[in-house]
Design a protein around this ligand. Structure first.
Ligand code: RB5
Length: 148
């Protein structure tokens, strides 16, 4: 899979771990940064990954900040992106099955590398169910167009 990853300073360490694991598994991984623990602003990295997913340059995106929350809020501003923060495997599975999420955000300050491996594998390995869920996704897309 083509996967874009990004993080801020609080997510840097976990992002490095996730990136290495994804590459080890044979994925085509693009790292948009950040590349150190020096303080940066998470929306900059959320925007890069979200735009790559929305353009179709990446199959999925993974973003890490302290809580995963700011990254999700920022990534969801890009039309076509459905970003979710998932702290456990079952939620990651449901985010794919029902929400067709295309960006996963992780809480770097509150998640071990082992749990991150499980959550990422569940997210990337689960198919969207479609069917009745598509009507709901279409309503989300309509909100992007006519939200105001
Ligand atoms: C950075 O201190 C922190 O606010 C950020 O990583 C993230 O948790 C925001 O949602």
């Amino acid at each position: 899979m083509r996967i874009h990853v990004g993080a801020d300073h609080a997510g840097f360490e976990l992002k490095e771990h996730v990136k290495a694991r994804l590459a080890e598994l044979g994925n085509d991984v693009t790292d948009v940064g950040t590349y150190s623990e020096e303080s940066v602003d998470y929306p900059d990295f959320a925007a890069e990954v979200a735009r790559a997913v929305a353009r179709g340059d990446a199959d999925s995106g993974i973003l890490v900040c302290g809580t995963g929350l700011g990254m999700a809020i920022a990534a969801n501003k890009v039309p076509g992106v459905r970003a979710v923060q998932a702290s456990d495997l079952e939620v990651a599975v449901m985010a794919r099955r029902h929400n067709n999420a295309n960006v996963l955000t992780l809480p770097g300050r509150y998640m071990s590398p082992e749990v991150a491996d499980e959550v990422v594998a569940a997210f990337l390995g689960t198919e969207y169910e479609g069917g009745r869920h598509q009507r709901r996704i279409d309503k989300i897309s309509a909100l992007e167009e006519r939200g105001l």
